[in-house]
Design a protein around this ligand. Structure first.
Ligand SMILES: O=C(O)C1=C[C@@H](OP(=O)(O)O)[C@@H](O)[C@H](O)C1
Ligand SMILES: C=C(OP(=O)(O)O)C(=O)O
Length: 436
């Protein structure tokens, strides 16, 4: 497995870092566009492994997804009658493995799903059970995980369904996104411990409404989507705010300054919580017409925070916490055990390997900063583990990140962006990008 020598910061960073589009918005927009009545143009979509997999999945079901725009970076989606047989590669993308089956249930014919080895361990059962309850024929050998197949009949009755979404908000989003096309729409009720990542469900509701769907999200743990058409048009994709995390963290831990242009004033992206988190950890934070500017103050505070709503920020927050002046407690993130890897175990193991002290708790991590030294930082095919290693490497000599190309899941060209921020040569340029 190739190693990437994470560059040390020679001093405070001072950079403007333009980031590509949001994974979560791009994959929702692609899917809604494929179910619409007319073509849609996605402006500045994320072009990365997760979104390429979503595009390929929708193409395999009959939709057109073509390059568009002046530089060819936009996407034009042309809806079509959905049909199998098809094979969908989910890679390691939660948004593909959870969001596409409810679309495949509308296709005529058999659609088979599989993914990377670790994808077969990610929780999936509640979506498959719910689809059965809504009238779909699902063949998963009783496993409740990938691989599985759906045998579609070209339509789905829909109706009311109860789901335990405590393992992933994506279970709810999945059932809502295709629901306007079900005969009766859908009512989803959650029963179980609290649903994580609620901003992502708000994003689903917001994007459904923007496409013309009638959505009721008034009740706690209850969502209703009425049957009806979805409109085409143009969707402008915001920059990926969660992927801003390691860059903004670099400003904090080096006492420097990083601006991310195009930061929306109002958004449903979970990454917007970085403003409050980095402020609590010692940064100055300013949202202006130029974008979001984070400035380090020379102090890095430990924090006691509940990251239940914004779990995908955890690897960066844990890396900053390991470099802080005092201990941190990160709570509400038991569900991270079902992410790209068991992120709680991975962070404890990898910070520990560098000499740090990260303890797993029932629902999170306790980080006690200690002097760190260089070593190999394993990524576990997790893009956010790889970028967390890069943050530590800013202040710790000799951190070598294994399989940095795994950042291509949501952020192709990561090492180039990182090197440019630091004003150093890109030593990741020749390394493979994609599944490790
Ligand atoms: O719907 C989405 O786009 C996402 C929902 C969240 O998943 P979980 O609810 O499984 O944490 C988030 O962590 C993931 O990165 C993207
Ligand atoms: C949890 C994540 O991804 P996925 O969409 O694969 O669930 C993530 O990007 O942090």
């Amino acid at each position: 497995m190739p190693l990437w020598p994470a560059p040390r910061a020679a001093g405070p960073v001072d950079a403007v870092v333009a980031l590509p589009g949001s994974k979560s918005i791009t994959n929702r927009a692609l899917l809604l566009a494929a179910l619409a009545d007319a073509p849609t143009v996605l402006e500045r979509p994320l072009r990365a492994r997760d979104t390429a997999l979503m595009a390929a999945a929708l193409r395999s079901l009959g939709a057109g997804v073509e390059d568009a725009g002046a530089g060819g970076g936009d996407w034009r989606v042309v809806p079509a009658r959905l049909r199998g047989p098809a094979d969908v590669d989910c890679g390691l993308a939660g948004t593909v493995m959870r969001f596409v089956p409810p679309v495949a249930a509308l296709a005529e014919g058999t659609v088979r799903f599989d993914g990377d080895p670790h994808a077969r361990t990610r929780p999936m059962g509640p979506v498959l059970r719910a689809l059965r309850d809504l009238g779909a024929e699902v063949d998963d050998g009783g496993r409740g995980t990938l691989p599985f197949a759906l045998h579609g009949r070209g339509r789905l009755p829909g109706g009311e369904v109860v789901v335990d979404a405590s393992a992933s908000s994506q279970f709810v989003s999945a059932l809502l996104l295709a629901a306007p096309r079900y005969d009766e729409g859908v009512v989803v009720r959650h029963e179980g411990p609290p649903v994580p990542s609620l901003p992502h469900i708000a994003m689903t509701v917001h994007m459904l409404r923007a496409a013309g769907a009638d959505v009721d999200d008034e009740g706690p743990d209850r969502w209703r989507v009425a049957p009806g058409p979805l409109a085409g048009g143009t969707v402008a994709v915001e920059p990926d705010l969660s992927n801003a995390a390691p860059f903004l963290a670099a400003a904090l831990v080096t006492g420097g300054r990083v601006t991310v242009p195009g930061w929306p004033r109002s958004t449903t992206q979970a990454g917007d919580a970085l403003r409050g988190l980095l402020l609590a950890m010692g940064a100055d934070v300013a949202l202006t017409d130029e974008g979001l500017t984070v400035t380090g103050t020379g102090r890095v505070h430990g924090v006691d925070v509940d990251l239940h709503d914004v779990g995908e920020l955890t690897p960066t927050v844990a890396a900053v916490a390991a470099l802080a002046e005092g201990p941190s407690r990160l709570r509400g993130i038991a569900h991270l055990r079902g992410h790209e890897t068991d992120r709680l175990a991975a962070l404890a193991a990898e910070v520990g390997r560098l000499g740090g002290d990260v303890e797993e708790t029932g629902d999170g991590l306790v980080v006690r900063p200690r002097p760190l030294s260089g070593g190999t930082w394993r990524s576990y095919a997790d893009h956010r583990m790889a970028t967390a290693g890069a943050v530590l490497g800013l202040l710790v000599d000799g951190v070598e990140v294994e399989d940095v190309g795994t950042t291509g899941k949501t952020l192709p060209g990561f090492t180039g962006l990182w090197a440019r921020m630091l004003g150093v040569e890109d030593r990741g340029a020749g390394l493979p990008e994609g599944p490790g």
